[in-house]
Design a protein around this ligand. Structure first.
Ligand SMILES: [Zn+2]
Length: 70
């Protein structure tokens, strides 16, 4: 399930990278930055999430390539 994928978000205050699950995003949870302790509302992270999501897709495509080769 895509909801169990971990995705990277960037803290808007300190640019620290946090990892959250897709399901947390869907529920619009608030996470606390491990670096600066700021509250990060996941609803505000759309742009970063989109980028992270692209990375997930690229990773999946890489796996497909590996399978094709073998
Ligand atoms: Zn932070």
């Amino acid at each position: 399930m895509l909801e169990n994928h971990w995705i990277a978000i960037t803290c808007p205050k300190c640019q620290y990278t946090e990892y959250v699950r897709m399901i947390s995003m869907k529920l619009q949870e608030t996470v606390i930055c491990h670096n600066c302790k700021a509250n990060i509302k996941l609803i505000d992270q759309t742009a970063s999430i989109y980028l992270a999501f692209q990375e997930v897709n690229n990773t999946l495509n890489s796996f497909k390539d590996i399978f094709k080769r073998s």
